[in-house]
Every structure is written in C-alpha cells, then in structure tokens.
Design a protein around this ligand. Structure first.
Ligand code: ZN
Length: 233
C-alpha cells in the first residue's frame, strides 16, 4: 500500500466534513433570505391596502367639498332672490358662478379617483392571494431547511468519530504536517501528474522531488505550495 493512503483516507473524511460545515453555515442564511422575501410580500400588501384607503379617502373629501360648495350656492341663490340692488345681484351672481365651478372641479376629482379604485382593489386582492400562497410555502420550506440542518449536524457528529479513527492510522509526524497545512491549503495531499506538475499549485516540481514521489516516500512536499505529493495510486 502507498504510505500516503492513510492521509488520503483522512482527507476524504475531512472533505466531507468541509462540505457539510459549509452547508450548515449556508442553511440559516437561506432561511433568513426566505423570511425576508416573505416580509417583502407582506410589505407589498400593506402598500396596496394603503393606496386603496388613500384613494377612498380622497374621493370622500372631494365629494364633501362638492356638496359644501353646492350648499353655499343654494344659500347665495336665496340671498340673490331678495337682492336690494342690481350691484348686489351681480356680485352674488359672480360668487355663485365661482362656487359652481368649485363644485364641478371637486366632483371631477372624485370621479377621476373612482376610476382608479377597481385597479387598486385588484392590486390588493392579488397581494392578498400572493401572501396567503407564500405563507404556507415559506413555512414548509423553512421546515425542510431545519430538518436538513439537523441531519447535517448528525452526520457531522458521525464524521467526527470516523475522523478520529482515520487520524489514528496516520504516522504522527505526517499527521502533524497535514493538520498544519490543512488550515491554509485544501486539498492537502494532491497527485503529481505525469508532467511533474503539482495538481495543487499547477507548477512543475524539481526532478529530485519527483524522484522521492516515485520512491513512494511518505512525506514529500511540493517545493512551491507545500502540499503533500503522491503518484496516482
Ligand atoms: Zn504545489
């Protein structure tokens, strides 16, 4: 057996641990993104509801303005009927005309706003539907993520045990080298290809290094990146 085989076995376990650790870190992030998306949907619903309420309020205000102007017109017409002079009559006529114009404009504003209402109501309905559809979906999705996270943690616990066993089989001096390099370089043990190129850093190693690899020495480091080299087993 190639003496580096024990390192490769250990590295294989470490590779799985690294992947799972990355996933364990990523799962809460995905969950947070999903919750944020739901918040966005709920915010859109609130905006749509507010827009509808504002339009309804403006309609009401314009209608009140129109009706107040019309009331005033009626009052002025009564005064006009008993006007004591032609001048007074003319002044009241002008005021009445102004108020009638005001009432017309307020009514026009109310009608224009009423035309907007069906669209705004539709937007609220759509946002409500989206919200109710999303809530269930997001809950399920978050539950799935929680379950996956639990499974990942369990697998990591098992792998930690497996790792301890594998590490015991590695020569202590080699293990020390491997552990030190593991923090900076991954993978630690890489093949030296037929062109004497280290598959970690992709640089050519000197013939002496290649010779040591050929002789299957247990710990041959790449002269450039320090990775442990082996010939394909
Ligand atoms: Zn290298």
């Amino acid at each position: 057996m190639n003496p580096i085989q024990t390192v490769i076995d250990l590295q294989e376990v470490d590779g799985r641990i690294r992947e799972l650790e990355r996933e364990a870190k990523d799962l809460p992030r995905r969950k947070a993104l999903e919750s944020a998306r739901l918040k966005g949907v709920s915010a859109s619903l609130e905006v749509a509801r507010n827009q509808l309420a504002a339009a309804q309020q403006r309609i009401q205000e314009s209608e009140q303005e129109a009706s107040a102007a019309k009331d005033r017109v009626r009052e002025l017409k009564i005064l006009q009927a008993s006007a004591s002079s032609n001048k007074e009559f003319q002044q009241l006529a002008m005021a009445i005309e102004g108020l009638e114009h005001e009432a017309d404009e307020a009514e026009a504003r109310a009608y224009a706003m009423m035309d907007e209402v069906p669209r705004l109501e539709r937007a609220v309905k759509e946002a409500e539907e989206k919200m109710s559809g999303e809530t269930g979906g997001v809950d399920d999705f978050c539950k799935e993520l929680d379950e996956r996270l639990a499974a990942v943690k369990e697998e990591l616990a098992q792998l930690a045990v497996e790792r301890t066993e594998k590490a015991k089989l590695v020569n202590p001096r080699t293990l020390l080298y491997y552990e030190r390099l593991r923090a900076k370089r991954w993978p630690v043990a890489v093949p030296l290809n037929a062109d004497s190129v280290c598959e970690g850093c992709h640089l050519v190693v000197p013939p002496s290094t290649e010779q040591m690899v050929e002789h299957k020495m247990e710990l041959v480091a790449c002269t450039n990146c320090g990775r442990m080299l082996y010939r394909d087993l």
